[in-house]
Each structure stands twice: as structure tokens, then as C-alpha cells.
Design a protein around this ligand. Sequence first.
Ligand code: UD1
Length: 377
Amino acid sequence: MRILSVVGARPNFMKLAPLYRALRGRDGVEHAIVHTGQHYDRNMSDSFFDDLGIPEPDYNLEVGSGSHAQQTGAIMQRFEPVCLDVAPDLVVVYGDVNSTVAAALVASKLGVQVAHVEAGLRSRDWTMPEEINRVVTDRLSDLLFTPSLDGNENLEAEGVLTERIHFVGNIMIDSLVYALPQARSVRAAENHGLQDRGYTLVTLHRPSNVDDPATLAGLLDALTTIASDQAVLFPVHPRTRERMAAMGWESAGQGDLRLIDPVGYLDMLSLVSNAGMVITDSGGLQEETTFLGVPCVTVRPNTERPITCSQGTAQLVASDTASVLAAAEAAAARRIEGGAKIQYWDGKTGERIADVIAGKTGRPAQAEDRDRVAHEV
Ligand code: UD1
């Protein structure tokens, strides 16, 4: 069986690594990696391959940045010849970024089966590019691997055949469990002169939070206020850095707000695990904080990961100064010592996915559906 995994952006890499390891030991499986080049800075891409032990990609499409149409179109144009050349039995896509939907479109139009890792998540917010990517990718996929049971419910409500849906758990937690001992030895907080639980860790990069200068200024005001009390460490995403420069934002110079470049996977895990609180709009951090039991203020009006609020440590808040400050004030009470226990967030999701993939007969699922529909008609 020939498998092509397609990844492109930072949150994809920690989802690929566990499946890469699980497939490596399987007889008769050839697994190649395509990097679209959606993310290309060393600290947004290569450092993750190093930290997670993923080999160099077999193909790099080097698409770089652009508008959604430019980026998605470039990935499609450059991935199609690779897909034709390799003639895979299965293309595996991850998460909800532009690389995910672009590769799923190419593969499905070539009649190649598609597997989606992290299927079924829904924010029901169509202003998010990721929601469009999630819904389209799931519609095109033959194998849908869900991280939590709300994913199964969403897919069933959309009419996806139940035999295509596999509840396997959260693959990102596999990477976390695998890397945590090493991450703890990195002692990233100590290297920044910070005490355990004595600082707030921040990431913000969603267009809805950073593209409007008034919204971004309000959030930065909240961070400045928190920093008058306690250190705030903020690894700044390139998009956010650009927006801050464009609006001419300068730190007020009071308080301990530290803007640093994006950090690698092990450093980030180390910083999250020791933080007093995390303020973020990242999907992955909502889940990592829940697993680690660290209070999380999620600066979004909705989430495709509701389990992080219902069973975890996260609270949704509006993107304004007062809401963030009120939530930050109340956050400590949401800490879960020892972390939240959620079904199949156990470090074994990669193996469960590999079991399903290796058990496939190779007969295209779409063709089976067509046969059945023809028969029923
Ligand atoms: C993408 C994903 C988002 C994910 C995020 C993680 C989509 C639609 N969005 O958003 O879901 O949470 O990745 O980071 O796919 N840039 C660089 N260097 C890089 C990458 C980006 O400087 O290596 C800058 C460029 O100015 C670029 C901007 O960041 O235009 C945005 O990058 P892009 O990949 O379009 O989207 P993200 O905001 O990173």
C-alpha cells in the first residue's frame, strides 16, 4: 500500500509525526511525505520536523504565502503531478489548513482515496477559513478519523456514512505524550528567568483577532494590564508581527510583557506545561492546555473543540480588553491538577489510525457507495 501524507502548516506537523511512526513498522506500507511549503520560516516549519523526529519531506512544493485562492491554487497545481507520479492508494491530510483542503481536492478528483486526520470538528462559524476547509475536506474524505465523539455526531448529522467514520482520539496528544519528558528537561521557563506557574503564555494569530487594528490594540491593552502584575510571554506569529508593525504598536514599557519570536515544539510544550495560564486563539493550545490541566482563556466567540470547555480548562471570551481581563482573573479556578481525562486522548491514536489504514482492502470506498446506491435504486 502506497500512502502520501500532505502537510504544510505548523499545526499539521505534530499530527503527522505519530502516524509516521505507527506506519513505519507496518509490512507492505510505503509512506512518503509531501510538504506544501505553506509555512517556510525555520521556526514555523523545519524546527518542528527536527523536534518531532520527522524525516525530511520526500517532496517540497514550496508554495509560500499568498491569498487563500493563490495559496490553495498553487498547492493544487503543484501537488497534482506528484500525485500522478506516485499513484498512491491513499492520500492522508491533517487538520484544517489550506494545504489540507487543496490536497483533498486534488486526490479526490484523481480518484484517489482520502483520509482526514482530525475530521468532524465544527465551529459553525463560516467566517473562519478553517471551517470551510474542514467541511469541504470531510465531504471529500473516504476515511474520517475523529478526535472526540462530538466529531462523529457532527459528521452523522451531515449524512456521512457511519462506516467511514472512525473515532480514534486526538493524535496531537500522541505527540505531546511522546515529547513531554524531553520537553520538561528543556526548562524553557527557567531559561527565560520565569518561575513555574508564575507567568502567562500568549499566542494570537487568527485574522479575526489580529487583522483589525482596534481589536488587536484592545487585546494588547489587556496583555499590558496583566503584565503589570505578572510576566507575560508572547511568542508572536509572523502575521501578528506584521499587523503590530503596520499599526506602529509599541510596548508601553511598563510591566513585564515580553514579545519573542515563535518557538519550537519542545520549547512551547515546556512553556505551556509550566504556565500559570494560557491566553490563545490557537486550536492546538486549547487541547494541550486541557490535557495538561493548565487554565486557558480562548479568545474566540466559538470553538470547533467544545470538549476543551465542557471537560477541560478552557473558557471562550470575546476579543475585547474587559472580557479578557475578567476571564484571566477567574482562570486559576479552572486548573485541573493532573490534567483532564478524555477518552482516547492517550498517546495511541496514531496506532489506531494505522490499524484502520492497514486493514483496508484497497477497494475505493467511493466506488462501493456508488455500487450500493445503484443497487438500491
Ligand atoms: C495558518 C492556518 C491556521 C493555523 C495557522 C498556524 C489556513 C487558512 N490557516 O494560518 O489555521 O492556525 O496556520 O500558524 O491555512 N508567514 C511567514 N512565515 C511562514 C508562514 C507565514 O512569515 O513560515 C506569514 C506571511 O506573512 C503569511 C502570513 O504569515 O502571509 C499568514 O500565513 P498563512 O499560512 O497564510 O496563514 P496562517 O495565519 O499562518
